[in-house]
Structures are given as structure tokens and as C-alpha cells.
Design a protein around this ligand. Structure first.
Ligand SMILES: [Zn+2]
Ligand SMILES: [Zn+2]
Length: 477
């Protein structure tokens, strides 16, 4: 979307604003996610069997993938080659899960899932042998899918062994990174040579489709805080603040509402309501130490804002933000028609190693149709966050301004919307209802506030509406 000259200008601007000194340096890291590797993908033979998903079987599929299918290995290899080409020596890589294809459980087993994770681990490790990698599992990286139990389990432990080389390079806090992941799927580790600490969460135990925790009564301590992950994070963030660390909160499934599902005004959420609330509280309590959050799972490019709790909602102040990274798989979601497909995307984050502040995000993409047509996977820059939205750096206040501008200005919204599907969908398709949904998903993490926002109820009306029943009682007397 942007010219090369503009890219260079943006990077120069970033570097000029943050000089390289012994203390402060602009570092980079890749955030890649949702590879969803389809083992069975083939471009020859029976069109009904070219990929796992057979919704669209009337035509052949392309060499680098298809919008109705998960990713062939050729697409994943091209993505990792592109990472190498655009930034071969990043400080680290965040890899946030969903490695296997969207396939019914009948075709899978723990062994198959572990093999797929092993293939992708090798792919990344062989291209970046000396780069620290911070990985987490996605809901598709367990067998049966989504059903990750609380605590130690076979799959987690086999994956811990696959990732042992990476974990051994990472510096933990009190607990060894390998042991922590092995027993809980979560860990905390510092980014070497910086003040940044990655807190990698096991979000699968908060997922509403995970019966292992969804069926726990919310009166039990396990039901309120599975594997005591909230208590763990709470204690940890308090200690990290005392140590002067800057935290990146990292996970697969995000809290809040999916920004593309229009079927119901209440929206579509991933977390159990009680875990969504606790997540928001955790962020509100520790926003001063959480510099940024990096999540995935939607396959789309969006962001989320967290606010200070205020009685008067219209005066609230944004205190934390979360970036949702697009997926590499182009797979068209089955959730509903409008949730759609996306072009494959990967992103490079520029950050200040001392303050942890994110100064820019460059998203690179593959125009999948063009790649198949040309027989060549030409990854290119899609956009730079800072120059697209005119920001000096990313922070909660600046991102709230972006969200408000999106609501007020169609041109700004269209920039965001085009990026949302990594350049695939025309913003013209997004109606007023669709635009409101995106704005509300970005600005309202609480489910009922999202519902009000998506129904056009202003926060001040909400207070007034809450008083109505009491007034009616008084009148009845
Ligand atoms: Zn996914
Ligand atoms: Zn997922």
C-alpha cells in the first residue's frame, strides 16, 4: 500500500526520534501467528481432496494457497523467507500459535498435532538459528482441539521438549522457563539486552469452548481462576513493576469481542465472561507496567483499548492497548459469511529497548491471488502503523485518537478496514452497522458495554437507564 520511499522515511523518522545510545536503542521483533499448516494440501488430483476444507470444490487451488483452505507448506516457507529477507536479525520472535489446520478431530491425534508443531518449529529454527523465540500454543494446538486441560499434560510436555532449545536461551524470573511452560503452558522471560519482559499466558484455559474449564462451577477456586493464572500474573506483574521492567503481555486468544461477526448485536466473544472480566481487571491494576499486549487468533489486523475504571464513562482515560496480529493462513472463517478470509500477513515491530515503547509496526503481506497467478510469492510491505495513522509512537492515548478518528472520518476508517483483512476486502463493503461494530470491539472490552455501544446506547444513557427501575418503584408507591 505504501511506497518504498515512504517506508524508508518512516523508519528514518523513527530512528531520528529515538537515537541509538548505549541506553536506548530501537530494536525489532517479528510477531507471526496462525500458520494453520494443512498437511494434505495439494494442487493436483481430485479437486474435492486438495485441502482439508472442502466448502469450495468447484475449482483447483493455487500453489501458495487458497482463501477457502489453510496454509500449504509453500506459503509458510515463503512467509518465513520473507521474515528473513525483511529482517534477518531481529531481537526476538513472538510466535503465537494455531499451528494445525481447521480439521475435525477424527483426522487428528496428539501425535499428529505434535508432529505439525515440530515441522513448524524446525521451519522457524532453521531460518533463525540464533534468534530467541517466545512461543505459545493456540486452541488448535491441542487434541482434541480447544480442550487444553489445566496443568501438566502429554501434549504440553512433548511441545516443551520441542521448544527446549529456545526455552533454555531465555532468562526466566524465579522459575525456569521450560519448567513453567511444561507444567502450565505459560512463562515469563526477559528480552536480552532490554528492559522488556515477556509474560506469555496460557489463554486456552479461559476459552469458552474449552470444556475442561467452561464446565467448572464459578463458585470453585478452579472455576474462578483455573491454574491460578490470574493470581500468578497479578503477583508477577507487581514484582516486575518493582524491578522496573516493561511488560509485553502475550497470548493466543484475546479477550473482548470479535470485530467481524455481525449476526448478533451482543457480538461474538471467546473468553468465558468471568475470565474476560478478570483479564480487564488485571490490566487495569497493572497498566503502568504493561507496555503493550500482542495477541492473535482472529487472523485479522485490529487493536483493542483498555480504560481506567471511571464512574463517568465519557471521561475515561485509555491505559493499555493490545495489537491483534493477522494470520499467515488465508482461511475463510466458518463462523459466518461476513467474517471472511484474509491475505497472509506477518508483522515487524519496532520498539525502544529501554522504555519498551512500540514506535512502529510494519505489516508485510502476500497478495495470494497475484502470487498464484504469477507462480511467485512476492511478499511486500502492506503498511506502517505510524505513518498511516500519523503517530510518533503507539500508546493507549494515541490509539484512542485513531479509534475516534476512524469513527468520525471515513477515510481513516477505510485505511483501518483495508488492513483488517490484510488488503483483501474492499472497505465499501463495510456498512454503518459494520463500522460501529469495529469501533465498539476496539473500545469496549467489557461484554455488556460492548453490547450497549453496538446498540448505540451512550454511556451517559446507560447510567440513566439503570436508574429507571428505581424511579418506577417510587412512582408506583
Ligand atoms: Zn487461528
Ligand atoms: Zn485460535
Amino acid at each position: 500500500m505504501l511506497t518504498a520511499a515512504r517506508t524508508v522515511a518512516a523508519v528514518v523518522l523513527v530512528l531520528a526520534g529515538h537515537p541509538r545510545t548505549a541506553e536506548a536503542r530501537i530494536g525489532t521483533f517479528w510477531h507471526v501467528t496462525d500458520f494453520h499448516y494443512d498437511l494434505n494440501y495439494t494442487t493436483s488430483g481430485d479437486p474435492k481432496k486438495m485441502c482439508w476444507d472442502t466448502r469450495d470444490v468447484s475449482r483447483s487451488v493455487g500453489e501458495f494457497g487458497d482463501y477457502s483452505c489453510d496454509a500449504p507448506f509453500s506459503l509458510l516457507t515463503s512467509a518465513v523467507n520473507a521474515m528473513k529477507r525483511f529482517k534477518s536479525n531481529p531481537d526476538f520472535i513472538l510466535w503465537t500459535g494455531d499451528d494445525t489446520a481447521h480439521v475435525p478431530n477424527d483426522y487428528f491425534s496428539t501425535e499428529v498435532v505434535v508432529n505439525i508443531v515440530a515441522n513448524l518449529t524446525d521451519l522457524i529454527a532453521s531460518h533463525f538459528p540464533n534468534t530467541p523465540v517466545f512461543p505459545v500454543l493456540g486452541n488448535h494446538d491441542y487434541y482434541p482441539k480447544n480442550q487444553m486441560p489445566v496443568g501438566p499434560n502429554r501434549l504440553q510436555s512433548e511441545v516443551a521438549d520441542l521448544w527446549k532449545k529456545w526455552f533454555q536461551q531465555l532468562e526466566g524470573h524465579e522459575e525456569n522457563v521450560y519448567d513453567s511452560f511444561n507444567s502450565s503452558g505459560r512463562y515469563v522471560a526477559d528480552v536480552a539486552g532490554s528492559k522488556v519482559t515477556v509474560v506469555a499466558l496460557n489463554t486456552l484455559i479461559w476459552y469458552k469452548s474449552n470444556n475442561e474449564t467452561a464446565l467448572l462451577p464459578n463458585t470453585s477456586s478452579d472455576g474462578l481462576d483455573p491454574d491460578e493464572q490470574f493470581s500468578w500474573a497479578n503477583k508477577l506483574l507487581t514484582e516486575l513493576a518493582k524491578k522496573g521492567r516493561k511488560v509485553y503481555l502475550v497470548g493466543h486468544i484475546p479477550p473482548g469481542t470479535f470485530e467481524r461477526y455481525q449476526q448478533e448485536r451482543k457480538g461474538f466473544h471467546w473468553y468465558q465472561p468471568r475470565y474476560n472480566e478478570r483479564f480487564i481487571q488485571l490490566v487495569q491494576q497493572h497498566a503502568h507496567v504493561i507496555e503493550a499486549q500482542f495477541f492473535a487468533h482472529h487472523h485479522t489486523d485490529s487493536f483493542r483499548l483498555f480504560f481506567e475504571e471511571k464512574k463517568n464513562q465519557e471521561q475515561r482515560i485509555p491505559i493499555s492497548y493490545q495489537l491483534l496480529s493477522p494470520g499467515v493462513t488465508p482461511w475463510r472463517s466458518t463462523l459466518s459469511e461476513e467474517t471472511g478470509a484474509n491475505n497472509p500477513g506477518i508483522r515487524l515491530v519496532y520498539y525502544n529497548t529501554t522504555t519498551g515503547k512500540v514506535v512502529d509496526v510494519s505489516t508485510y503481506y502476500l497478495d495470494l491471488s497475484a502470487a498464484n497467478l504469477e507462480g511467485r510469492a512476492e511478499w511486500q510491505l502492506e503498511y506502517n502503523f505510524s505513518s498511516t495513522y500519523n503517530l510518533m509512537s503507539l500508546n493507549p492515548v494515541a490509539l484512542y485518537e485513531v479509534a475516534k478518528n476512524m469513527k468520525a472520518n471515513r477515510t481513516v476508517f477505510d485505511l483501518y478496514y483495508r488492513a483488517n483483512t490484510v488488503g483483501l476486502e474492499d472497505p465499501e463493503k463495510c456498512t454503518e452497522k459494520c463500522r460501529l461494530l469495529h469501533y465498539c470491539a476496539i473500545t469496549e472490552m467489557n461484554y455488556s458495554r460492548f453490547y450497549d455501544c453496538n446498540n448505540g446506547v451512550r454511556p451517559s444513557w446507560r447510567v440513566a437507564l439503570a436508574v429507571v427501575p428505581f424511579l418506577l418503584v417510587l412512582v408506583a408507591r
